[in-house]
Design a protein around this ligand. Structure first.
Ligand SMILES: Cc1cc2nc3c(=O)[nH]c(=O)nc-3n(C[C@H](O)[C@H](O)[C@H](O)COP(=O)(O)OP(=O)(O)OC[C@H]3O[C@@H](n4cnc5c(N)ncnc54)[C@H](O)[C@@H]3O)c2cc1C
Length: 438
């Protein structure tokens, strides 16, 4: 029987984790899928300055030990599990430091968080080790259609040429585009998080006295730190729906739910408790590192309010409208930065042509293909249940499968969940229970 083909969209940590596990499984004798890895720019692009997500000099929020093999605790592959865990160390953060002669330095400095630029270097080092085991397509996935029981992917290249690839399954990665309010006016002092980071030296120069920062997640926190460094001449008001910027829960229990949702009984929690947990630990919270930096910046303030709109008045000032406790308020600023989070499903949907959208909608029996509907159908393979060819969407797997799957918290586990779909060994659902009862 011909091997299946798995398409990985995006050359970031999730795709590299899957490609590395696939290589290790092949080396240990498993019949693995062929992998095509699509990347529109270059490997690790979202961790490099040009991406519009970072300056490159920001510290990684999670520990680098949560690398592409973490938690090195596969339980899906029968008696070969221990060999797989050991073989994955080849791609670990520590091995990267050892092979690049940085290990003792990192240890003696107290194992600091790497900067995004350093994480980018790690991802590229991993990719160099994988090159011969994946088909790398350095092109942008421009369209996905459903044809002959496969996904047909059209990739566009920088020279305007394009090519089609057929896959039995695809994994969509990355945060997608920023969520932006409708009707945002074009103005040199209204920034989205993306154009702020793409030109942040120039952007900081343009910033005047009064700044509104819309958003209370980690993206907003990093922008607040950058703006806070401008000193007492600049006041940054963070517009927060609840007048708070909560710090992220980062104790053992919280961290371990991210690493190992099965052991921590994630599946037994109610929807509300899961949502509360994610809000407390991930969405709309500032990391402890970011909080520490912000605490000493006297020019950062919190203003309660749901952002409604921004307009430009005839004095070229930016008029921001907010609502809090049913009361509408307008505030005047010189600069506005919008950092309200990302829309992974909405971004991905734009790639699906009509045949693909209809196919997915029919499989999950819905008229509305929105993020909430997809999230409700994510199964243990981190794929949309009943959709075949498979569509893995880890960015929306948090509620159903565990809060660590959309981010970097458990990439080794993520790769097991996805690849088990293509290399069936035993009964997936039974395995964890048996293991933890030992
Ligand atoms: C500034 C910032 C810091 C973060 N820090 C952390 C952290 O410390 N810890 C954590 O757990 N999470 C963090 N996150 C969350 C982070 O977004 C996810 O953990 C991350 O997306 C995981 O990597 P990934 O493999 O999904 O995708 P990414 O690393 O985001 O990679 C996606 C890739 O897809 C490519 N791509 C996009 N569209 C296409 C297309 N149509 N065709 C081909 N290629 C395409 C992009 O160029 C990019 O290289 C951070 C997010 C941001 C924005």
């Amino acid at each position: 029987m011909q091997n299946k083909t798995l398409g990985l969209i995006g050359g970031g940590p999730k795709s590299l984790a899957i490609a590395a596990k696939n290589k290790v499984l092949r080396q240990l004798g498993f019949d693995v899928p062929n992998i095509i890895l699509f990347e529109k720019e270059y490997i690790g692009f979202n961790w490099a300055p040009r991406s519009g997500l970072t300056s490159g000099d920001l510290p990684l929020g999670t520990s680098p030990l949560k690398d592409i093999g973490f938690p090195y605790y596969s339980f899906h592959w029968g008696e070969k599990n221990p060999q797989i865990n050991t073989a994955m160390l080849e791609y670990s953060w520590q091995n990267f430091l050892i092979e690049t002669y940085q290990y003792s330095d990192w240890v003696d400095r107290g194992q600091p968080s790497p900067l995004h630029n350093e994480w980018f270097a790690y991802l590229n080092w991993v990719f160099d080790k994988l090159q011969t085991s994946v088909d790398f397509v350095n092109g942008e996935v421009a369209q996905i259609s459903y044809e002959n029981e496969q996904w047909k992917i059209t990739a566009k290249f920088k020279d305007n040429s394009s090519q089609e690839y057929c896959c039995d399954g695809i994994v969509a990665t990355g945060p997608g585009n920023l969520s932006l309010p409708q009707g945002l006016p074009e103005h040199p002092r209204i920034f989205t998080a993306t154009n702020f980071w793409q030109n942040y030296i120039e952007a900081k120069r343009k910033v005047k006295r009064r700044v509104a920062l819309i958003g209370t997640g980690e993206n907003a926190a990093t922008i607040a730190i950058e703006l806070g460094k401008l000193g007492s001449e600049t006041t940054v008001e963070i517009i927060s729906p609840n007048s708070m910027s909560y710090s992220r829960g980062e104790s053992y229990l919280e961290n371990h739910v991210y690493t190992d949702p099965i052991q921590m009984n994630w599946h037994k929690l109610t929807y509300k408790d899961k949502k509360d947990f994610i809000n407390r630990t991930d969405r709309g919270v500032f990391s402890l590192n970011a909080k520490e930096e912000l605490n000493v910046m006297k020019n950062i303030k919190l203003i309660p309010g749901f952002f409604q709109s921004v307009a430009v008045d005839n004095l070229d000032q930016l008029v921001v409208e907010l609502i809090y406790n049913d009361i509408c308020e307008t505030r005047i600023y010189d600069t506005v930065v919008i950092a309200m989070g990302f829309a992974p499903w909405k971004t991905f949907m734009k790639l699906l042509n009509e045949s693909a959208q209809q196919h997915i909608a029919k499989a999950i029996d819905t008229d509305v293909l929105n993020a909430a509907n997809i999230e409700a159908h994510i199964n243990e393979f981190l794929a949309v249940d009943k959709v075949k060819p498979y569509l893995h969407f880890p960015m929306l797997a948090g509620i159903n499968q565990g809060p660590g799957f959309p981010n970097l918290s458990s990439l080794g586990r993520l790769s097991d969940h996805v690849l088990t779909r293509y290399i069936p060994v035993g009964n997936f659902a039974d395995l964890p229970e048996k293991l933890y009862l030992k």
